[in-house]
Design a protein around this ligand. Sequence first.
Ligand code: MIC
Ligand code: SF4
Length: 644
Amino acid sequence: MGYTIGQKLIKSHLTEGEMIPGKEIGIKIDQTLTQDATGTMAYLEFEAMGIERVKTELSVAYIDHNTLQTGFENADDHRFIQSVAKKRGLLFSKPGNGICHQLHLERFGKPGKTLIGSDSHTPTGGGIGMLAIGAGGLDVAVAMGGGTYYTTMPKMTLVRLSGKLSPWVSAKDIILEVLRIMSVKGGVGKIIEYGGEGVKTLSVPERATITNMGAELGATTSVFPSDEITRAFLKAQGREDDWTELSSDPDAEYDEIIDIDLSALEPAAAMPHMPDRVKSVKDIGKIRIDQVCIGSCTNSSLMDMLKVAAILKGKKVAPNVSLTISPGSMQVLNMLSLNGALSDILSAGARLLECACGPCIGMGQSPNSAGVSLRTFNRNFEGRSGTADAGIYLVSPETAAASAITGFLTDPRELGEMPEITMPDSFIINDNMIEKPINEKDADCVEIVYGPNIKPFPSSTSLPEDIEAPAILKVGDNITTDHIMPAGAKILPYRSNIPYLSNFCFRQCDEHFAERCKQAGKGFIIGGANYGQGSSREHAALVPLYLGIKAVITKSFARIHMANLVNAGIMPFTFADPGDYDRIDTDDILALEGIRSKIENGDEVTLKNITKGEEYKLCYDYSQRQKAMILAGGLLNYTKEQHN
Ligand code: MIC
Ligand code: SF4
């Protein structure tokens, strides 16, 4: 039997386990990336491991999330990361240089290589045929130290593309269609591979838009073949030598095949507040809008920006609309300015923002009260924009630019003929904002700079035999890490200060969550399906750990969050009978008796509801390694035990 692209990439990096879907595998990691919002914690963890230099082929520390610097916190954290990078052998991308995923694709990604990043949109690299996976900071720290990355062997899904996109329809509309078909939990435990004749019609930035937003499917990753189009992209980036061909075998077998005819697609939008609430723009109708934001790691490439500039050229942004543009990288901005496209954007009345995540993570540009905002981003979770009652629609750059002109959600096809854009044969290469590390022999001279914002991360104790605690919070389906640990301009600067962050945990679901946890001293969380979807932020596990959460019991979990819970030493369980979810109420006193021995021996676990006098069967499917981590109280304790 032949192999899929995903299987080939795994096979060539497999260090442990068998490639049987659902079983734990260990893979060797060639490259890592971090961004600053998860990076401070990841580097604190790396430092705690006591490793002198990174052992990967390439590790890059990007600064792109926390760039507002409204107080000393962010700047201090940037200095900390910069000093670690210099001493430990990483490249450091300065704030303003651009968004990690866009930059990594442009400058460092290589077909055939593995990449893990402390950001859920790391699969952007799948656009050039990498096995690129989002992970928690601790997993990235371990990989930087040369350690194996463990995950569950995914199933393989083929999205077979035929035909060609019609004018005004773009890559964003393809991934929105995949989301409409599969939903935000449809990709869990799967690699989504793109194939079929339609692949040849898509450039690398378009492919990267699709693999980027595959994160919203909950997929392990998404991947495209590496072909002549990939080669041309790398050549234009002055990196043709980094190219290798990669395709699936003709007799490769997939667990699932989804057919999409590109010619049948129309401009689409994801409606508030989930990326899979997808409808055609035509069917949603002409709603009045207040804001349009173009950028984010999904749609900020030069190609996207050139299209936007061509649509805006000679036009004016509607009076009721605030249009913001955040180019994905300094390279994109530089090229836009050199060829005059930037002037077309500015003349139309756009507000130019820094090359960074910006409004995507609520760092500024929160919409007005009950405002309607169209964004080319990947997530429209409630409250993520910073305005609780705003309605965020996710759209393509074409739909965004057309709507900015009319002031209403607009099907761009109404603008008539689509303007042509020409992509350059080569990009401006200027790595001035990337700092190299110091030589290993001089590394002792570099001091790691810890600012006052950096507080120690919470420690966990080994698993006790019995746990009795209240169901401190009960939540529904599709709870995101933005619910668990919100981000945004007011909170994001405190990513290295868990005690402070804890005050904001679950605020959107229960204003008094943190206080109640502190009063109870310990607790359980009861969740619905796809609990913890979205970001890779391990803070969504570390903060509950700090607040005394012992176990999270749900109908199902999102992949990265579940791994982060185990890393933190919090037990994830699912209900054997999902109907038992309905039997538990907030504040019920629950007990896990003899839990340590049961986990150790792999015995059945039951949850006692002392308040109601009932018992529920729970499921867990921990690997040997995960069991050991849970018993030790998390990955750091486990690693320490191993070394003693
Ligand atoms: C996001 O898009 O939610 C983030 C912010 O990039 C996160 C990482 C974080 O929380 O720092 C992600 O996607 O992993
Ligand atoms: Fe940044 Fe938004 Fe991309 Fe997350 S999704 S990496 S916040 S641009």
